[in-house]
Design a protein around this ligand. Structure first.
Ligand SMILES: NC(=O)c1ccc[n+]([C@@H]2O[C@H](COP(=O)([O-])OP(=O)(O)OC[C@H]3O[C@@H](n4cnc5c(N)ncnc54)[C@H](O)[C@@H]3O)[C@@H](O)[C@H]2O)c1
Length: 448
C-alpha cells in the first residue's frame, strides 16, 4: 500500500472511532465553541492560543464567553479530555488541526492574513505525515491553496498525500440558541479527493450535516457569498427605511408583513449599521479578490459604503430631530443604550454603536453609554480611545437627565419600560419598544 493510502486509511479509522486528537488554533468566538463541541462529541480536544492569559482563564473553568451555559467550560476541563494550551509543541500530537484565527482588514482596508500566516508557519514547524489541517478563518477564494499550502509544504511534506488540507468556513452565530455550532451544516472543500473525504468524515461526526464542495476555493467563496448577501440586504433595508420614513410608512411593519410571503422574500431588519468581525469584513475580501482577478463587485461595494455610513447618517438624523425640538446636538447630553454590535453578546468589534457615539461626540454632544455586558468599556482595535469608560447606571433620575437616549443595541436585559417612562426623547434604531409592545408616552419616541 502506498503511504498516501495508509495515512488516509489510518486517519479515517481514527475519525470513525473518535480516537483522533483534534486541536483548534485560536480560542476566540469561533475556536472555543468549536473545540468544546468537538470534545462534547467524544474526541480528545486541545485548544491552542497565543494569548496565555485566555488559556489560563479557560483552564481554570472561567466563563470567558457570556452566552455559554455557566458550566460548559468547567465540565469540559473536568472531563479531562479537553485542555487549552499555548505550547506549540502540542501541535505534533494532533491528528486534525483547525485554524480559527482572526482575518481582519489592514489599515489600508485590504485583507490581512498575517494571523493566518503566522499560525500556519507554526503548524508547518510541527507538521508530521498523516495530519489534516483545515482553515476555518474567513479568507478570499484561493487563499488555502496559494497561501496556506505552500507554507505547509515547506516542511517537505505534500498536501493530499503526506498530509491533508482543506477549508471549512465557520458559520458561528454568537449567542444564537436556535442555531448552535452542532446544528449548523458545515461546508467542506478541498483540492484532492482524500482530503475532501476526510473533511466530510470528520465534520459529519461534529455537526448535523457536512456539505462537500469541489475545491477549497469554492468553500471559501461560499462564506463570502453568504456574508455579501447579508451585506447587500442590510444596506437595502436601511435604504428602504429612510425612503419609507419620508413616505410616512413604518419599514418594520412593512418587513413583518412582507415576511409572511412563503417564497421569494427573506426578512432583514434595519439598524444602526453592521458590526462584528465578519459581515463588515467578508465583502471586502470578495471585492478585493474580484479586482485581483480583473473583475468587479459594484453592488457589494455600494452596499458596503452605505453600511459604513449608516452610523453617520443616524447621527445626522438625531441632530435634525433634536433641532426640530428646539435643541442642538452640540452640548446635548446623550445616552447610548447598548454598545455591543448585536444583542445579548459581549462583543464591541466594529460596533456601529461606538461609531455613532464617536460621531455624536464629534458633533459636540456629551455621550455616556449603558450596557449590561460592559460595566467598563474594553480596549478595542477600532476604538482604543473609548477604553475604560464606565457604563452609566440606568435609573429614572439618570435617564431623565439626558437630552436623548439612543437605543443602539436591544439587549434583552434592559429595563425598557423604565426607559420609556423616564427618558426625555428616545431614538430607537432597533424597533425595541414597538416589537415588545411597550407604550412610550407622549411624542418622545422617534424610530430611526
Ligand atoms: N465571531 C464570529 O461570529 C465569526 C463567525 C464566522 C466566522 N468568523 C471568522 O472566524 C475567524 C476567527 O474569528 P473569531 O471571532 O473567533 O476571532 P477572535 O478574535 O474572537 O479569536 C481569535 C483568537 O485567535 C488567537 N490567535 C491569534 N493568532 C494566533 C496564532 N498565531 N496562534 C494561535 N492563536 C492565535 C487570538 O489570541 C484569539 O484568542 C475569523 O476569520 C472570523 O472572520 C467569525
Amino acid at each position: 500500500m502506498n503511504s498516501a493510502f495508509s495515512h488516509f486509511g489510518t486517519l479515517k479509522d481514527r475519525i470513525a472511532t473518535k480516537q483522533a486528537n483534534v486541536m483548534t488554533v485560536g480560542l476566540g468566538y469561533v475556536g472555543l465553541p468549536l473545540i468544546l463541541t468537538i470534545n462534547e462529541t467524544g474526541f480528545n480536544a486541545t485548544g491552542f492560543d497565543i494569548n496565555a492569559e485566555r488559556v489560563a482563564r479557560i483552564n481554570s473553568g472561567e466563563q470567558v464567553i457570556s452566552y455559554f451555559p455557566p458550566d460548559r467550560i468547567s465540565k469540559a476541563i473536568e472531563g479531562a479530555r479537553f485542555r487549552a494550551t499555548s505550547d506549540a509543541e502540542r501541535i505534533a500530537d494532533q491528528d486534525i488541526i483547525l485554524i480559527c484565527v482572526p482575518t481582519p482588514l489592514s489599515p489600508e482596508r485590504e485583507p490581512d492574513l498575517k494571523y493566518v500566516v503566522s499560525a500556519v508557519e507554526v503548524i508547518a514547524r510541527h507538521l508530521r505525515p498523516g495530519q489534516m489541517v483545515v482553515l476555518e478563518s474567513t479568507v478570499w477564494p484561493g487563499a488555502t491553496s496559494t497561501v496556506v499550502k505552500p507554507i505547509l509544504e515547506r516542511s517537505g511534506l505534500k498536501a493530499g498525500s503526506d498530509f491533508f488540507l482543506g477549508f471549512s468556513p465557520e458559520r458561528e452565530d454568537p449567542g444564537n440558541e436556535t442555531h448552535t455550532t452542532r446544528s449548523i451544516p458545515k461546508i467542506v472543500g478541498a483540492d484532492d479527493q482524500h482530503s475532501r473525504d476526510l473533511l466530510e468524515a470528520f465534520y459529519s461526526q461534529i455537526v448535523s450535516k457536512a456539505v462537500p464542495v469541489s475545491s477549497s476555493a469554492t468553500a471559501e467563496a461560499v462564506k463570502l457569498a453568504e456574508n455579501s448577501f447579508r451585506t447587500v440586504n442590510i444596506a437595502l433595508v436601511n435604504e428602504m427605511k429612510v425612503a419609507m420614513d419620508a413616505m410616512g410608512v413604518d419599514v418594520w411593519e412593512v418587513v413583518k408583513a412582507a415576511a409572511t410571503k412563503p417564497f421569494g422574500y427573506m426578512p432583514f431588519y434595519p439598524g444602526p449599521g453592521i458590526g462584528g468581525d465578519c459581515i463588515p469584513v467578508s465583502p471586502v475580501y470578495l471585492s478585493w479578490r474580484a479586482r485581483d482577478v480583473g473583475s468587479q463587485t459594484p453592488i457589494i461595494d455600494l452596499a458596503r459604503g452605505n453600511n459604513e455610513r449608516a452610523p453617520e447618517m443616524l447621527a445626522d438624523r438625531i441632530a435634525l430631530d433634536l433641532s426640530k425640538r428646539g435643541a442642538a446636538v452640540k452640548g446635548a447630553d446623550i445616552l447610548i443604550l447598548g454598545v455591543s454590535y448585536k444583542k445579548d453578546i459581549e462583543d464591541t468589534r466594529v460596533s456601529p454603536a461606538l461609531a455613532l457615539l464617536n460621531r455624536l461626540e464629534e458633533m459636540g454632544a456629551r455621550c455616556d453609554y449603558h450596557d449590561p455586558y460592559f460595566p467598563v468599556m474594553p480596549m478595542t482595535r477600532d476604538n482604543p480611545e473609548l477604553a475604560n469608560r464606565k457604563s452609566a447606571p440606568l435609573t429614572a433620575e439618570t435617564l431623565a437627565g439626558y437630552d436623548a437616549v439612543v437605543v443602539t443595541t436591544d439587549h434583552t436585559d434592559v429595563d425598557y419600560p423604565l426607559v420609556a417612562q423616564s427618558a426625555q426623547v428616545i431614538f430607537d434604531s432597533r424597533n425595541t419598544f414597538d416589537s415588545r409592545g411597550i407604550k412610550v408616552p407622549g411624542e418622545k419616541l422617534i424610530k430611526i
